[in-house]
Design a protein around this ligand. Structure first.
Ligand code: SF4
Ligand code: SF4
Ligand code: SF4
Ligand SMILES: [Zn+2]
Length: 370
């Protein structure tokens, strides 16, 4: 139980750390914003990350993501991946990925697994099997660093690894390509977020596709959708050609709510999503674009789901949509997991808005508590 610092309402579904309720965020953002900023700035200080936009007018420009940092002498970009030292950016770049990687046996619990070739969809062109691709594996590439600062971040540990940019284990595209063997059916770039290191994933993908000869190797990205539009065009081409997909996490509809929960606007994400949607018809056999939303109790309410669903349906009703159960994490540990009743209600709303394929993910996390 927490109290909204603004309207003084008390509820189980108010995050104590954020300190403001959904109504105050949505209808009184001007007054809620100082509390929101304070919450985000404190999380950033805990990890020695830039507290807000990095916009030094004499700084070095980085246009990889929505933040479009201008990184001044000695400063780090918002993502924490690169630093201006004596007028040069050091840290992650297209040849030096700040990442970790591992293999997962297929089929795996990928956000898109309910529609992807690892389950047999698109056989024989894009899948090794008519059903689940047993015996094959996925190369999971976890890019450290992120363009958002979600207070509920479920992969927050990467922040520990960003404390010292100089002392990092960097991997080149060739290092990754060397991991791929004949049982590797797909690559998934996620994180953190791949947006902040997209050129590295593009070079890796091109090399991997060149080396693969006649076998299937699908290439997918899972992202908050904040990348630069031109780079997005490149990954669309790679995903289309390889039988892969781009999985967009549409965290919110209301921009103010995105700023409250994730620290940054969602405008670029929604624009980028629209852009990918224009390519869906080029490969109708298996989905190029998949959407998901984490059902954060108390904040992602029915209105958010209705508007996100309407937006997706207005682009293409066949876009698969996964509603993900929330698990309390990072600075939002006091919120409960998503209730089963609420998750199914959201599914009904998405179907009512016209979406044809709505899935509930992380079902094991759903609770019957409220
Ligand atoms: S990485 Fe792509 S192809 Fe592989 S399991 Fe995930 S969605 Fe399917
Ligand atoms: S976009 Fe994902 S990795 Fe980035 S802060 Fe949000 S939850 Fe964490
Ligand atoms: S990737 Fe984004 S957050 Fe990182 S330095 Fe570049 S513009 Fe800033
Ligand atoms: Zn309030």
């Amino acid at each position: 139980m927490a109290e909204c610092r603004l309207c003084k309402k008390e509820a189980v579904l108010i995050s104590k750390y954020l300190g403001v309720c959904l109504d105050c965020i949505r209808y009184n953002f001007a007054e809620a914003n100082p509390y929101i900023r304070e919450a985000h700035e404190n999380t950033r200080k805990d990890f020695n990350l830039a507290v807000s936009g990095v916009q030094d007018k004499d700084g070095i420009f980085c246009n990889l993501c929505v933040n479009r940092c201008k990184i001044g002498e000695g400063q780090k970009g918002f993502c924490g991946l690169r630093q201006n030292l004596e007028g040069k950016l050091i840290g992650a770049d297209k040849n030096r990925g700040n990442l970790s990687f591992y293999f997962d046996s297929l089929p795996t619990n990928c956000v898109a697994d309910f529609v992807c070739p690892a389950r047999g969809y698109g056989y024989p062109e894009f899948s090794y099997s008519k059903g689940p691709e047993y015996g094959y594996k996925n190369l999971a590439v976890f890019y450290n660093g992120c363009s958002f600062n979600c207070l509920f971040c479920q992969n927050w540990h990467f922040r520990d690894g960003l404390l010292n940019i100089k002392n990092q284990n960097y991997f080149s595209p060739i290092d990754l390509v060397n991991q791929i063997d004949e049982n590797t059916a797909c690559i998934c770039y996620f994180g953190g977020d791949p947006s902040c290191q997209l050129p590295h994933s593009i070079i890796t993908s091109k090399l991997a596709l060149k080396n693969k000869k006649n076998r299937i190797l699908r290439i997918c990205w899972e992202t908050n959708g904040t990348m630069d539009e031109k780079l997005l065009e490149e990954i669309i081409g790679i995903a289309l050609e390889s039988g892969g997909c781009i999985k967009f996490d549409l965290k919110t509809w209301t921009e103010e709510l995105n700023i409250a929960l994730c620290g940054i606007t969602n405008k670029q994400t929604l624009e980028n999503f629209k852009r990918v949607a224009t390519y869906i018809k080029k490969r109708p056999k298996i989905p190029l674009l998949v959407a998901s939303t984490l059902l954060v109790p108390g904040y992602i309410d029915e209105y958010e789901i209705e508007m996100i669903s309407r937006f997706i349906a207005s682009l293409d009703k066949s876009i698969p949509y996964s509603l993900l159960a929330f698990y309390p994490s990072f600075y939002m540990q006091d919120l409960p997991t998503t209730s089963r009743k609420y998750a199914y209600r959201c599914r009904e709303i998405a179907l009512r808005e016209g979406l044809e394929n709505v899935h509930i993910g992380n079902i094991h996390l759903l609770s019957d508590m409220y």
